[in-house]
Ligand binder design. Structure first.
Ligand SMILES: Nc1ncnc2c1ncn2[C@@H]1O[C@H](COP(=O)(O)OP(=O)(O)OP(=O)(O)O)[C@@H](O)[C@H]1O
Ligand SMILES: [Mg+2]
Length: 263
Protein backbone atom coordinates (compact mmCIF):
# COMPACT_ATOMS: atom_id res chain seq x y z
CA UNK A 1 0.00 0.00 0.00
CA UNK A 2 1.13 3.52 -0.76
CA UNK A 3 2.52 5.28 2.28
CA UNK A 4 0.43 8.20 3.48
CA UNK A 5 2.08 11.52 4.31
CA UNK A 6 -0.67 12.54 6.71
CA UNK A 7 -3.30 10.53 8.52
CA UNK A 8 -6.16 12.08 10.41
CA UNK A 9 -7.67 9.26 12.41
CA UNK A 10 -11.11 9.28 13.97
CA UNK A 11 -11.10 12.85 15.31
CA UNK A 12 -13.82 13.97 17.72
CA UNK A 13 -14.00 17.46 19.19
CA UNK A 14 -16.44 19.31 21.47
CA UNK A 15 -16.33 22.96 22.41
CA UNK A 16 -16.62 23.37 26.14
CA UNK A 17 -18.80 26.30 27.17
CA UNK A 18 -19.54 26.76 30.86
CA UNK A 19 -20.87 23.31 31.66
CA UNK A 20 -22.12 22.59 28.18
CA UNK A 21 -20.50 20.52 25.49
CA UNK A 22 -21.03 21.57 21.90
CA UNK A 23 -20.12 18.68 19.57
CA UNK A 24 -18.25 20.23 16.63
CA UNK A 25 -16.49 17.33 14.88
CA UNK A 26 -17.15 13.60 14.85
CA UNK A 27 -15.48 10.61 13.25
CA UNK A 28 -13.16 12.55 10.94
CA UNK A 29 -10.85 10.31 8.90
CA UNK A 30 -8.65 11.70 6.12
CA UNK A 31 -5.51 10.23 4.54
CA UNK A 32 -3.33 12.48 2.43
CA UNK A 33 -0.67 11.47 -0.07
CA UNK A 34 2.43 13.56 -0.74
CA UNK A 35 1.73 16.19 -3.39
CA UNK A 36 -2.04 15.99 -3.14
CA UNK A 37 -4.27 19.06 -3.29
CA UNK A 38 -7.28 18.45 -1.08
CA UNK A 39 -10.21 20.84 -0.83
CA UNK A 40 -12.52 20.76 2.13
CA UNK A 41 -15.93 22.18 1.49
CA UNK A 42 -19.00 22.53 3.69
CA UNK A 43 -21.49 25.03 5.12
CA UNK A 44 -20.59 27.73 7.60
CA UNK A 45 -20.23 26.40 11.13
CA UNK A 46 -19.64 22.73 10.22
CA UNK A 47 -16.21 22.74 11.84
CA UNK A 48 -13.74 23.26 8.99
CA UNK A 49 -11.58 25.85 10.77
CA UNK A 50 -11.75 23.83 13.99
CA UNK A 51 -10.42 20.81 12.08
CA UNK A 52 -7.44 22.88 10.90
CA UNK A 53 -6.82 24.19 14.42
CA UNK A 54 -6.61 20.58 15.57
CA UNK A 55 -4.46 19.58 12.63
CA UNK A 56 -1.83 22.22 13.39
CA UNK A 57 -1.90 21.56 17.14
CA UNK A 58 -3.66 24.72 18.33
CA UNK A 59 -6.44 22.57 19.79
CA UNK A 60 -6.33 19.03 21.12
CA UNK A 61 -8.96 16.58 19.87
CA UNK A 62 -11.11 14.81 22.48
CA UNK A 63 -10.58 11.60 20.58
CA UNK A 64 -8.41 10.52 17.65
CA UNK A 65 -4.84 11.02 16.46
CA UNK A 66 -2.91 12.86 13.74
CA UNK A 67 0.07 11.12 12.17
CA UNK A 68 2.69 12.79 9.96
CA UNK A 69 4.93 10.28 8.16
CA UNK A 70 3.89 7.75 10.79
CA UNK A 71 4.83 9.99 13.71
CA UNK A 72 2.09 10.91 16.17
CA UNK A 73 1.91 14.75 16.13
CA UNK A 74 -1.46 15.12 17.88
CA UNK A 75 -1.68 18.38 19.81
CA UNK A 76 1.84 19.53 18.87
CA UNK A 77 2.73 22.57 16.77
CA UNK A 78 5.23 23.37 14.06
CA UNK A 79 4.68 20.40 11.73
CA UNK A 80 2.16 21.88 9.33
CA UNK A 81 2.23 25.41 7.89
CA UNK A 82 -0.99 27.28 8.62
CA UNK A 83 -2.67 30.25 7.07
CA UNK A 84 -5.71 30.91 9.28
CA UNK A 85 -9.02 32.19 7.94
CA UNK A 86 -8.46 35.69 9.20
CA UNK A 87 -4.80 36.01 8.56
CA UNK A 88 -3.67 39.49 9.36
CA UNK A 89 -0.55 41.13 8.20
CA UNK A 90 0.61 43.56 10.86
CA UNK A 91 -0.01 47.06 9.47
CA UNK A 92 3.07 48.52 11.15
CA UNK A 93 5.40 45.95 9.61
CA UNK A 94 6.63 46.06 6.01
CA UNK A 95 5.97 43.19 3.60
CA UNK A 96 9.41 41.71 4.32
CA UNK A 97 8.98 42.08 8.09
CA UNK A 98 5.56 40.43 7.89
CA UNK A 99 6.85 37.62 5.71
CA UNK A 100 9.64 36.82 8.18
CA UNK A 101 7.31 36.81 11.18
CA UNK A 102 6.65 33.05 11.18
CA UNK A 103 10.37 32.35 11.09
CA UNK A 104 10.94 34.83 13.91
CA UNK A 105 8.33 33.11 16.04
CA UNK A 106 9.81 29.70 15.34
CA UNK A 107 13.23 31.17 16.26
CA UNK A 108 14.81 29.87 13.06
CA UNK A 109 17.78 31.37 11.29
CA UNK A 110 16.55 34.82 10.22
CA UNK A 111 19.41 35.63 7.85
CA UNK A 112 18.84 32.40 5.91
CA UNK A 113 15.09 33.02 5.81
CA UNK A 114 15.70 36.57 4.54
CA UNK A 115 17.76 35.25 1.65
CA UNK A 116 15.13 32.67 0.85
CA UNK A 117 12.36 35.28 1.03
CA UNK A 118 14.30 37.47 -1.41
CA UNK A 119 14.47 34.54 -3.81
CA UNK A 120 10.76 33.75 -3.51
CA UNK A 121 9.41 37.31 -3.59
CA UNK A 122 9.25 37.52 -7.43
CA UNK A 123 7.38 34.19 -7.54
CA UNK A 124 4.83 35.67 -5.14
CA UNK A 125 4.43 38.83 -7.24
CA UNK A 126 5.87 41.09 -4.55
CA UNK A 127 9.10 42.29 -6.19
CA UNK A 128 9.64 45.97 -5.45
CA UNK A 129 7.14 45.90 -2.58
CA UNK A 130 9.41 44.44 0.11
CA UNK A 131 9.44 47.71 2.04
CA UNK A 132 5.82 48.64 1.49
CA UNK A 133 3.22 48.39 4.23
CA UNK A 134 0.12 46.15 3.92
CA UNK A 135 -2.27 49.05 3.27
CA UNK A 136 -0.20 49.93 0.19
CA UNK A 137 -0.93 46.51 -1.35
CA UNK A 138 -3.87 45.09 -3.30
CA UNK A 139 -5.98 42.34 -1.71
CA UNK A 140 -4.32 39.68 -3.86
CA UNK A 141 -0.85 40.91 -2.91
CA UNK A 142 -1.72 40.83 0.79
CA UNK A 143 -2.88 37.22 0.48
CA UNK A 144 0.30 36.29 -1.43
CA UNK A 145 2.40 37.93 1.30
CA UNK A 146 0.52 35.92 3.94
CA UNK A 147 1.10 32.79 1.88
CA UNK A 148 4.78 33.50 1.52
CA UNK A 149 4.99 33.82 5.30
CA UNK A 150 3.29 30.40 5.55
CA UNK A 151 5.62 28.83 2.99
CA UNK A 152 8.78 30.12 4.70
CA UNK A 153 8.10 27.95 7.75
CA UNK A 154 9.44 24.99 5.72
CA UNK A 155 6.74 22.43 6.22
CA UNK A 156 5.75 19.96 3.49
CA UNK A 157 2.07 20.53 4.16
CA UNK A 158 0.22 23.84 3.88
CA UNK A 159 -3.16 24.19 5.56
CA UNK A 160 -4.94 27.17 3.99
CA UNK A 161 -8.27 28.31 5.42
CA UNK A 162 -10.26 30.13 2.70
CA UNK A 163 -7.21 32.05 1.51
CA UNK A 164 -9.08 33.69 -1.39
CA UNK A 165 -12.42 34.18 0.36
CA UNK A 166 -12.25 37.96 0.52
CA UNK A 167 -11.02 38.57 -3.03
CA UNK A 168 -13.00 39.81 -6.02
CA UNK A 169 -13.81 37.25 -8.72
CA UNK A 170 -11.12 38.34 -11.16
CA UNK A 171 -8.28 38.44 -8.63
CA UNK A 172 -9.51 35.14 -7.30
CA UNK A 173 -9.24 33.46 -10.71
CA UNK A 174 -5.68 34.69 -11.12
CA UNK A 175 -4.79 33.49 -7.62
CA UNK A 176 -6.24 30.04 -8.31
CA UNK A 177 -3.98 29.57 -11.33
CA UNK A 178 -1.08 30.98 -9.37
CA UNK A 179 -1.45 28.66 -6.39
CA UNK A 180 -1.35 25.60 -8.63
CA UNK A 181 1.95 26.79 -10.11
CA UNK A 182 3.31 27.47 -6.62
CA UNK A 183 2.33 24.01 -5.44
CA UNK A 184 4.20 22.43 -8.31
CA UNK A 185 7.29 24.63 -8.06
CA UNK A 186 7.64 24.29 -4.29
CA UNK A 187 6.52 20.64 -4.16
CA UNK A 188 3.91 21.13 -1.43
CA UNK A 189 0.95 19.12 -0.25
CA UNK A 190 -2.05 21.39 0.23
CA UNK A 191 -5.18 21.21 2.37
CA UNK A 192 -7.47 24.03 1.34
CA UNK A 193 -10.80 25.11 2.83
CA UNK A 194 -13.26 26.83 0.53
CA UNK A 195 -16.96 27.66 0.28
CA UNK A 196 -16.71 27.86 -3.47
CA UNK A 197 -17.61 24.68 -5.39
CA UNK A 198 -15.97 25.85 -8.62
CA UNK A 199 -12.79 26.79 -6.81
CA UNK A 200 -12.68 23.30 -5.34
CA UNK A 201 -13.14 21.63 -8.74
CA UNK A 202 -10.49 23.88 -10.30
CA UNK A 203 -7.89 23.10 -7.66
CA UNK A 204 -8.48 19.75 -6.02
CA UNK A 205 -7.29 16.22 -6.65
CA UNK A 206 -9.92 15.27 -4.09
CA UNK A 207 -12.81 17.14 -2.49
CA UNK A 208 -13.97 16.29 1.00
CA UNK A 209 -17.45 17.37 2.01
CA UNK A 210 -18.00 18.14 5.68
CA UNK A 211 -21.51 18.64 6.94
CA UNK A 212 -23.88 18.69 9.91
CA UNK A 213 -23.45 19.41 13.60
CA UNK A 214 -21.23 17.88 14.69
CA UNK A 215 -19.42 18.08 11.35
CA UNK A 216 -18.84 14.69 9.73
CA UNK A 217 -17.42 13.73 6.36
CA UNK A 218 -20.45 13.03 4.24
CA UNK A 219 -18.67 12.56 0.92
CA UNK A 220 -15.29 12.30 -0.77
CA UNK A 221 -14.98 12.97 -4.46
CA UNK A 222 -11.94 12.41 -6.67
CA UNK A 223 -11.63 15.02 -9.42
CA UNK A 224 -10.35 13.36 -12.57
CA UNK A 225 -9.63 16.34 -14.79
CA UNK A 226 -6.42 17.15 -16.61
CA UNK A 227 -4.99 20.67 -16.35
CA UNK A 228 -5.74 23.27 -17.45
CA UNK A 229 -9.23 22.83 -16.04
CA UNK A 230 -11.92 24.89 -17.66
CA UNK A 231 -15.18 25.90 -15.97
CA UNK A 232 -17.17 25.49 -19.16
CA UNK A 233 -16.03 21.93 -20.01
CA UNK A 234 -18.80 19.37 -19.81
CA UNK A 235 -16.99 17.19 -17.27
CA UNK A 236 -16.36 20.26 -15.08
CA UNK A 237 -20.04 21.22 -15.23
CA UNK A 238 -21.01 17.64 -14.39
CA UNK A 239 -18.80 17.71 -11.30
CA UNK A 240 -20.40 20.98 -10.25
CA UNK A 241 -23.89 19.53 -10.61
CA UNK A 242 -22.88 16.45 -8.66
CA UNK A 243 -21.41 18.51 -5.81
CA UNK A 244 -24.35 20.90 -5.69
CA UNK A 245 -26.66 17.92 -5.49
CA UNK A 246 -24.71 16.32 -2.68
CA UNK A 247 -24.43 19.55 -0.70
CA UNK A 248 -28.13 20.38 -1.03
CA UNK A 249 -29.11 16.79 -0.17
CA UNK A 250 -27.15 17.28 3.03
CA UNK A 251 -28.99 20.55 3.66
CA UNK A 252 -32.33 18.74 3.43
CA UNK A 253 -30.96 16.14 5.76
CA UNK A 254 -30.00 18.82 8.29
CA UNK A 255 -33.39 20.50 8.02
CA UNK A 256 -35.17 17.17 8.49
CA UNK A 257 -33.18 16.25 11.54
CA UNK A 258 -33.76 19.72 12.99
CA UNK A 259 -37.51 19.44 12.42
CA UNK A 260 -37.65 16.00 13.94
CA UNK A 261 -35.69 17.27 16.92
CA UNK A 262 -38.20 20.08 17.41
CA UNK A 263 -41.20 17.76 17.17
N1 LIG B 1 -14.20 29.50 20.57
C1 LIG B 1 -15.35 28.85 20.42
N2 LIG B 1 -16.12 28.54 21.47
C2 LIG B 1 -17.28 27.87 21.33
N3 LIG B 1 -17.74 27.45 20.13
C3 LIG B 1 -17.03 27.74 19.05
C4 LIG B 1 -15.80 28.45 19.13
N4 LIG B 1 -15.30 28.57 17.87
C5 LIG B 1 -16.20 27.97 17.05
N5 LIG B 1 -17.22 27.47 17.75
C6 LIG B 1 -18.36 26.70 17.20
O1 LIG B 1 -17.84 25.58 16.51
C7 LIG B 1 -18.54 25.37 15.28
C8 LIG B 1 -17.56 25.24 14.16
O2 LIG B 1 -16.86 26.46 13.96
P1 LIG B 1 -15.79 26.62 12.80
O3 LIG B 1 -15.22 27.96 12.90
O4 LIG B 1 -14.86 25.46 12.84
O5 LIG B 1 -16.73 26.47 11.50
P2 LIG B 1 -16.35 26.66 9.96
O6 LIG B 1 -16.84 25.45 9.25
O7 LIG B 1 -14.93 27.02 9.81
O8 LIG B 1 -17.30 27.88 9.55
P3 LIG B 1 -17.02 29.05 8.45
O9 LIG B 1 -17.27 28.41 7.13
O10 LIG B 1 -18.08 30.07 8.78
O11 LIG B 1 -15.64 29.56 8.62
C9 LIG B 1 -19.51 26.53 15.13
O12 LIG B 1 -20.79 26.02 15.36
C10 LIG B 1 -19.13 27.53 16.18
O13 LIG B 1 -20.27 28.07 16.77
MG1 LIG C 1 -13.96 28.67 9.11
Amino acid sequence: MEKMLLKIENIYYDYKENNDLLPVLAEINISVKRGEFICIIGPSGCGKSTLFNILVGLEKPDKGRIFLKGEDITGTRGHIAYMPQRDLLFPWRTVMENVLLGVEIKKENLQKAYQEAEKLIPLFGLKGFENHYPDQLSGGMRQRAALLRTVLTHNDILALDEPFGALDALTRTTMQEWILSIQEKLDKTILFITHDIEEAILLADRIIILNGRPGRITDKLKIDLQPPRCRTDKVFVDYREKLLERLSAEDDFNKNTETSRRE
